[in-house]
Write a protein that binds this ligand. Structure first.
Ligand SMILES: [Zn+2]
Length: 307
């Protein structure tokens, strides 16, 4: 082998090869330039110690988040709860599967949306605003985008709503897919009808809004979107992290049966949830209201048991 390699460097090849090697390497040799001359005179930087990094930040004053209850005394809060609850803005009480919504925001019927049930389109401010912003982003990117159908969010007072377990506290939204063909609400998405480009743009925009906790989406729809995302040049590492690989990963996009006709988005709203937590010690009323809103569920379960 060695002699063959050497014989390749015979008279005929050696000179052009040598020139080629010089041309190749000439770009990587440091050249003396005014910039590199200046670098020589930079003050020496102390070597960075290895091991756990320690970052020293400038001294800062931390201010608590400005919510509707900021700067109010316990007495003032108590008075507002009793007499002017609406001044406290949206309040997401309890948990999405055992909770209640106070001062919910109605999702407006704007262009690009079709609200499927106007009695079930109440959410917290972050839920509604994030959804509107994401849809607007898709429509700005793709001008001829059909309407996005919005299924259930929550009822105005929140609480149990058939047939859902969650959707009780203004944080859950059922969204249709974008279809490449004319399709009704609750059409099963598949490789022929799913508008991968727009649906992926919507998913991406929702996540970019920063208020999405997770999404429930059937595995087969996930596969189609994942393939599209990778084919359109998204970072494989980022895409892999978004989609669920095994049943128990904490990926944002998770598989749950029944989500091929629509997908479910769970938002988080630190302000509306935080207000509820802050009000809890003051408001026997809020606690009672939560129990009342959850009551129909117990009645429904009792009815089922009777059948
Ligand atoms: Zn849902």
């Amino acid at each position: 082998m060695r002699s063959e390699a050497l014989s390749f460097l015979g008279k005929g090849h050696f000179v052009p090869l040598l020139l080629g090697v010089l041309v190749l390497f000439s770009g990587s040799f440091p050249r003396e330039s005014p910039a590199s001359v200046r670098e020589v005179h930079r003050p020496a930087v102390a070597p960075v110690p290895r091991g756990p990094s320690r970052v020293l930040l400038e001294e800062q004053t931390l201010r608590p988040a400005q919510g509707p209850l900021a700067n109010l005394s316990p007495k003032e809060i108590q008075a507002l709860v009793a007499t002017n609850l609406s001044s406290l803005g949206p309040i997401s009480v309890g948990r999405p599967n055992r909770g209640r919504l106070i001062n919910g925001v109605s999702l407006p019927q704007v262009g690009g949306l079709e609200i499927m049930n106007s009695e079930r389109n109440f959410g917290t401010r972050a839920t509604v605003d994030s959804l509107l912003a994401a849809v607007a982003e898709v429509r700005a990117k793709y001008p001829n985008t059909p309407v996005l159908r919005v299924g259930d969010i929550s009822r105005a007072p929140g609480g149990y709503m058939r047939p859902h377990r969650s959707h009780q506290s203004g944080l859950d939204v059922d969204l249709g897919y974008y279809y490449a063909v004319d399709a009704r609400w609750y059409t099963k998405a598949n490789a022929e009808n799913l508008d991968r480009e727009r649906t992926w743009a919507l998913v991406e925009a929702l996540i970019a809004q920063g208020s999405v906790e997770y999404m429930f989406m059937d595995r087969s729809a996930q596969t189609l979107l994942r393939e599209h995302a990778l084919a359109s040049g998204e970072s494989p590492e980022w895409v892999d992290g978004l989609f669920q690989k095994a049943p128990r990963t904490e990926a944002i996009i998770r598989h749950t049966w029944g989500h091929l006709t629509h997908f479910h988005v769970r938002f988080s709203d630190p302000e509306a949830q935080g207000t509820a937590r802050k009000l809890a010690p003051y408001s026997r009323g809020l606690a009672l209201a939560t129990a009342k809103a959850a009551a129909p569920k117990r009645r429904a379960q009792a009815k089922l048991r009777r059948r």
